[in-house]
Design a protein around this ligand. Sequence first.
Ligand SMILES: Nc1ncnc2c1ncn2[C@@H]1O[C@H](COP(=O)(O)OP(=O)(O)OP(=O)(O)O)[C@@H](O)[C@H]1O
Length: 351
Amino acid sequence: MGAAGPLTASGRSGFHAVAAVRKAVREFMRTLPESAAESLCVAVSGGADSLALAEAAAYTCRSLPVTALVVDHGLQTGSDEVAEKAAATARELGVGEVRVLPVSVSGRGGPEAAARRARYAALREASAGAPVLLGHTRDDQAETVLLGLGRGSGPRSIAGMRPYDPPWGRPLLGLPRATTRAACDELGIVPWQDPHNSDSRYRRVRIREEALPTLEDVLGGGVAGALARTAAQLREDVDVLDDLGEELLAAARGDTCGGADEGRRTAPELSVPVLESAPGALRRRALRSWLLGAGVRELTDAHLRSVDALVADWRGQGGVWLPGDFEASRARGKLRVEPAAAGIITTSHHR
Ligand SMILES: Nc1ncnc2c1ncn2[C@@H]1O[C@H](COP(=O)(O)OP(=O)(O)OP(=O)(O)O)[C@@H](O)[C@H]1O
């Protein structure tokens, strides 16, 4: 079809949605640091969002090598055909290079979560440091915010997905999903409909099909946009607080201007008096960053608050158990974290 070609050559009017998607990509590209804009990948599932995005990237970034990456999870029979069809459509839309990445899906958390992990890992590896554009739209953002609110998540979650969180780029976060659907119509392509997207056993699907329309009835149209705007405002605040948390962490580690030495960076002890003097919101940010840096994963708010209690509510309690068999403890005015097997004597566990 060579859609990018004929659309440009004919200069036909009426391609409003295609133009809107291209504009979003152009504006996104302007925000990238120069070093990140030498080549580009687009993650293409074959759905309307990522196909409209692929066309816009190929058209807008003609001077760059653009590669479409299609992940085949191999979960359903025929998944290879879906992937090949997505790849063929991306080629038709003008993408120069297209790669299908077969992945094997296994591990914890059910097939959906495992597929998602495998997909992001394969995309990251195949992109070799280039930005990877994803087709998340404003509606996806609104759903993410509502899901976070329903779980009682913290501000980082409610702040939603970031437009650029290297290597992931999300140029379409400001556009409604209807625009990508309309763009596909204008381009004359029929996108793949993921059966999961209409399976009401998924909470996200019910948010999309039931909760958001109800909220629109009550609050008026434009709720998705409003939620996305709230998320964007929150992101600015979260970024400031995160930076302050990092400063507190550096102070608690006793870093000098030159930064911590290598040994300290991997398992630094933190000064309790420095942490004690800070507000809880910053302290918990500093502790989170410290624990992640030490290799602790899957930290919940409850874990974080238990570690924080070693600082702010100290009653001589023992170590705090953390996922991955780490233990945080306090002794002689210092906090430390290390693998539990290292022999810390634990008098109380927070499992
Ligand atoms: N099989 C796939 N191959 C390549 N890219 C994909 C694939 N599936 C999804 N993507 C990319 O991820 C984007 C978001 O898709 P989807 O919402 O289904 O994925 P998700 O990562 O599970 O979403 P979320 O991040 O909201 O949980 C798509 O627009 C596309 O860019």
